[in-house]
Ligand binder design. Sequence first.
Ligand code: G3P
Ligand code: CA
Length: 243
Amino acid sequence: MTMIFAHRGYSAKFPENTMKAFIEAEKAGADALEIDVQLTKDGEVVIIHDEKVDRVTNGQGYVKELTYKELRKLDAGFHTTSKKEPIPSLEEFFEWLSMNRLICNIELKNNLIPYEGMEEKVIEMVRKYNLSNRIIISSFNHYSIVYSYRIAPEIEIAPLYSQRLYMPWVYAKSIRAKGIHPKLNTVTDEMIRVSIESGIQVRPYTVNKEADLKWLLSIRCSALITDEPEKALKIRQQIKPLK
Ligand code: G3P
Ligand code: CA
């Protein structure tokens, strides 16, 4: 069965990467979540997509130049009718994740800013909450996921990429990844089939259109990452996968 990952939580309906979006994705029945992490000035791992707070909050500036206390005052739900939604810390998120069964893909956002010590901090927290078997660490920074695997081989890693790779299943195996996270427009039926047959899970992002959801669900792609978990779940219930 194709697993449904709610991208930044249930981000089509709720402020992305907030506890509200995560809780609503779980309520909707998603199998898993995808979250993005950055580091504050004082080294807290926080869940936010951009390097700057400008787009998703009522504040301004780089996450790396704000302390956690300063960042917590901002509202990530300011552009919606939702009540104030703070930027969550990874720890706060894990407190909640420990109480459910969801799988979680943590995307390390260290491809633009090479946050020193980010891998160690994330891994320490995963171990503290005993979540190793429910976490997949991904990044566009493949050096970082390989480093993560070196220090925590018990946690799954998956490379993210946005351009077509030649035989990505071979590349994945070479770095000990068990899955790949390709941009939707780089995947084909053949590439998905061969990857899965080679033992590599394929989890394309970001799949929101009905036709794309139907396609990936019908060919039993391993998983898909979507802003629209409810829509994806509905289609999954309706369609009969192709043999
Ligand atoms: O992890 C899949 C996807 O989230 C990668 O791109 O920019 O949405 O973080 P982006
Ligand atoms: Ca992401």
